[in-house]
Design a protein around this ligand. Sequence first.
Ligand code: NAX
Length: 328
Amino acid sequence: MSTPVKVAVTGAAGQICYSLLFRLASGALLGPDQPVELRLLEITPALKALEGVVMELDDCAFPTLAKVEIGDDPNKVFDGVNLAMLVGARPRTAGMERGDLLSANGAIFTAQGKALNAVAADDIKVLVTGNPANTNALIAMKNAPDIPTERFNALTRLDHNRAISQLAAKAGVPVTAVKQMTIWGNHSATQYPDVFNAEVNGQNAAALIDDQAWIENDFIPTVAKRGAAIIAARGSSSAASAANATIEHMRDWVLGSPAGDWISAAVPSDGSYGVPEGIISSFPVITSGGTWTIVQDLDVNDFSRARIDASVAELQDEAAAVTELGLI
Ligand code: NAX
């Protein structure tokens, strides 16, 4: 077996990680022949609970799990890491204004960005799942000036997978028949899942469905509000599906996206599709050799344009707010 890849995970005692860590340790990220070393970061009061999770990891005796280290100091936990999954974040609590939420997360992601900048391996890739994911990724990126900006992504793969599942159900086909789905914009209620560029069994999905009312009044709100529907049904937010999406995003980033298809990922905008630079926004993306490129020249109709613009405007507002707070 080769040298272990060091994978940092934050929020390691939380509910997403209760699924994520076991899959990482079992080889779901890099395959059965690549050992991983887990570096788990938590806040001090959660370290005791995290010790219990590590006991369970030990008890699985995963052949691909080379080592586990835990701690509450990002400068130690991130030392030499190749991949970082930033899952832990400060949730919005009752009475919290948006500025309070951005400041609380700003404190976390400025510190983690600086620590990654100082101690991570040269090939570090950083994926932010913790919300507000796009803007937290922007904060980490801006606080890590020595790490190339393209190494910072935020997660919209869960939204992408939700959109595939909804479209497949509507078309009466297996999920494998759906290709070229795109989530544009922010991982928030303004996100825009695009069926106009998607395909079902090689046919244009919007033309095949031929039901604009379903797209507008059913599909888009169902995908965008799926997180709230899961909270209403389960009593807590999506965890296993978020862990799955976090693995799939990082796996495709490292090992490449499937041939003949693309994925959705929130990446630093290069101005493609009129999305201004300076924000981390979701695009259709192809990955190969550890790097990503935005799929170019897709048709953006007026309906799509208005929705992409609205989500991008929200991201610009968030970026302006964290700039004003001195976080970036
Ligand atoms: P939990 O509240 O169960 O766990 C979060 C954990 O993060 C806690 O154990 C907490 O102690 C830890 N934490 C807080 N500050 C930390 C810090 N500075 N360093 C290290 N750890 C820290 O939340 P969970 O359900 O696991 O969700 C985690 C995040 O994912 C939340 O922000 C959530 O909103 C976000 N999500 C993002 C999704 C996406 O698609 N991008 C979907 C799922 C999820 O809603």
